[in-house]
Write a protein that binds this ligand. Structure first.
Ligand code: ADP
Length: 214
């Protein structure tokens, strides 16, 4: 269920009072609204957690000066690839196109990462790569995936601490569906430790709407 929490009229009033009078104590805000401090407590907690207000002990509430969209941008810029990753599905470079097609169906993914005998990333295979290879009359059991894959160094990758928004930009820029999350072993050698797909990014988008005040 998609649930968007919007600021209530009372919360908007509180923001206005703090904007005009801050720093101001919770008690004084309550007085201005003819409410008790206890009634106001949940609203103040929400507004503080969402970043609209800042609470300083023994001083009171300040208006942070940030609007909903600035706060949302700040939130987005804290999400990393690590927060929204999936398990990578990997095939060996010697595997046949036929085996790769079976793996893609069995694992229910659209992108496979190809590794060498040392488990280092050597390429990537998409649905279209496998479809293209299937168009000819060749025996798919006889074609190794390393002939048809997109190979290193042309594979777009990310690391687990990279921002999800930067990964999203990479996916759009390169017109691809997924990037591997890698752990560098040397400057040119990478181990695959995860995967970020368009689905992961869509999930992050939905979570932002469900959980946050926008
Ligand atoms: P599809 O082929 O199903 O449309 P993509 O858009 O992901 O899926 O793939 C398009 C092409 O880009 C394919 O040839 C694929 O090998 C290549 N590709 C896929 N992912 C990457 C990546 N992370 N880095 C570089 N090339 C990629």
């Amino acid at each position: 269920m998609v649930r968007t929490i919007e600021l209530s009229r009372r919360q908007q009033k509180i923001i206005q009072i703090v904007k005009d009078n801050g720093p101001i104590t919770g008690e004084h805000i309550a007085d201005q609204l003819d409410l008790t401090r206890a009634t106001l407590r949940p609203d103040l907690a929400i507004l503080t957690m969402a970043g609209f207000l800042e609470a300083r002990p023994r001083v009171g509430y300040f208006y942070t000066g940030k609007n909903g969209s600035q706060l949302l941008t700040e939130k987005i810029k804290k999400i990393t690839a690590n927060d929204y990753q999936s398990m990578p599905v990997i095939v060996n470079e010697e595997a046949s196109v036929y085996d790769a097609i079976c793996t893609m169906f069995l694992e229910d993914v659209g992108t496979l990462f190809v590794v060498d005998s040392q488990s280092l990333l050597v390429g990537v295979l998409s649905r279209k790569d496998l479809l293209r290879a299937s168009l000819g009359q060749q025996d798919l059991n006889q074609i190794p995936v390393n002939i048809i894959m997109t190979r290193m160094p042309n594979v777009a990758m990310c690391e687990k601490d990279d921002l999800l928004i930067d990964v999203a930009n990479k996916i759009i820029e390169k017109q691809i569906d997924a990037v591997p999350i890698v752990k560098p072993i040397t400057d040119t050698q990478f181990e695959v430790v995860g995967r970020v797909t368009k689905t992961n990014i869509t999930k992050a988008f939905i979570d932002l709407v469900n959980d946050e005040i926008v």
